[in-house]
Design a protein around this ligand. Structure first.
Ligand SMILES: Cc1ncc(COP(=O)(O)O)c(C=O)c1O
Length: 351
């Protein structure tokens, strides 16, 4: 890119982007013309919510498990349009996926216009029954914007089957593409009014062979598109690591997360926060009772800093609910082994 930026960014841009888009579309069970790249899921959520207009009194629905950055986008969309932000309260710990569906459906009124629903929740690491939620919401006339930041590569995603109004996700998490590889998918009938978070040349510069949706999103000012170009290669690379391809990789990671949760829960004498079927390849586990009371003191909890400094373990600590309870979240990718979670369990015993 630095040697010949014009070749890379301009003359040969589409020729590198299109194979990546085609592979992405196939991976997501989608049509190419419905997919665009964005830098990350936050940008995808911004594009959708900043494109929509609501009326005073309309309701925007989210859940108490949403991702803070995306929650802020909802707050701003509601403020700008004088809509009301409604937060459905999904319990945590949770006993069954039905509880999530019920909490969301219960929060819908005849004024609800759009719901932001995570496919895999961030802090609580729950795989929500997204197909059921999209259907229940659609039956009540509510569009769903799925925040799939963690989903592609962790769980199977078929957008033709799911058919929400919008779906955004990251490839720089479970597909291991370079950072900056995200996507936004929009159902055909929703594309007309959708603007990227950053408006650039595409709005009045059509390219032969491309739809207006792609023209608008493909260029967001000068940037490094390497991550987008690599998306197809990342999907292929990860998909050939095990003989059973992506299906086997997802299964292997899920099984490791389940076993790791068991090992850690037994060592710390804590119970499960959700049923096994709601786990993908992450799990959120309560911290032991003896360190529950510690108040938040800095950007990162001292115990989390200590785990990295003393043991080389990077594991996020989170505080959830009212009254606040402390948890940590583990992840299981192909390069992880059960031994590593035993090592974490031993370290946590020392707290
Ligand atoms: C549910 C959810 N949404 C959005 C994001 C934000 O992703 P990004 O920072 O890549 O935009 C995350 C990141 O962890 C997430 O878990």
């Amino acid at each position: 890119m630095e040697e010949q930026p014009v070749q890379f960014l301009w003359r040969r841009f589409e020729e590198r982007l299109e194979p990546a888009r085609a592979r992405l579309a196939e991976f997501l069970g989608a049509r190419r013309q419905d997919c665009v790249f964005v830098t990350n899921a936050t940008t995808g959520v911004n594009a959708v919510l900043r494109s929509l207009t609501f009326r005073a009194g309309d309701e925007l629905l989210t859940t108490n498990h949403d991702y803070n950055a995306c929650h802020n986008v909802m707050v701003e969309a509601a403020r700008r349009t004088r809509a009301r932000l409604v937060v459905a309260r999904i319990p945590f710990p949770i006993v069954s996926a039905d509880e999530a569906v019920e909490a969301i459906v219960k929060a819908v009124t005849r004024r609800t216009r759009l719901a932001l629903i995570d496919h895999v929740t961030s802090n609580t690491a729950l795989v929500l029954p997204i197909q059921r939620i999209i259907r229940e919401l659609a039956a009540r006339g509510v569009d769903t914007l799925v925040d799939g930041a963690h989903a592609p590569g962790m769980v199977a995603v078929n957008l033709t089957q799911l058919a929400p109004a919008y779906y955004t996700g990251n490839l720089h998490k479970w597909v291991c593409a370079p950072k900056g590889a995200g996507f936004l998918w929009a159902r055909e009938d929703k594309q007309g009014t959708l603007q990227p978070a950053v408006i650039s040349h595409g709005n009045n510069t059509p390219r032969p062979g491309f739809g207006a949706f792609q023209d608008r999103f493909d260029w967001a000012g000068t940037f490094d598109p390497t991550a987008w170009f690599c998306a197809g290669a990342a999907i292929d690379w990860m998909g050939q690591l095990l003989p059973g391809g992506w299906r086997e990789l997802r299964k292997r990671n899920h099984e490791l997360a389940v076993k790791a949760r068991d090992v850690l829960s037994q060592a710390l004498r804590v119970g499960p926060s959700c049923p096994e079927e709601m786990l993908g390849s992450m799990a959120t586990i309560p911290l032991p009772e003896r360190i529950q009371g510690e108040p938040k003191s800095g950007k990162i909890d001292p115990e989390q800093l200590w785990l990295y400094d003393e043991f080389g373990i990077e594991v996020p600590f989170v505080r959830l609910g009212q009254p606040e309870k402390r948890y940590f979240r583990i992840s299981a990718q192909i390069y992880n082994t059960l031994e590593e979670y035993r090592y974490l369990a031993d370290a946590l015993q020392l707290l």
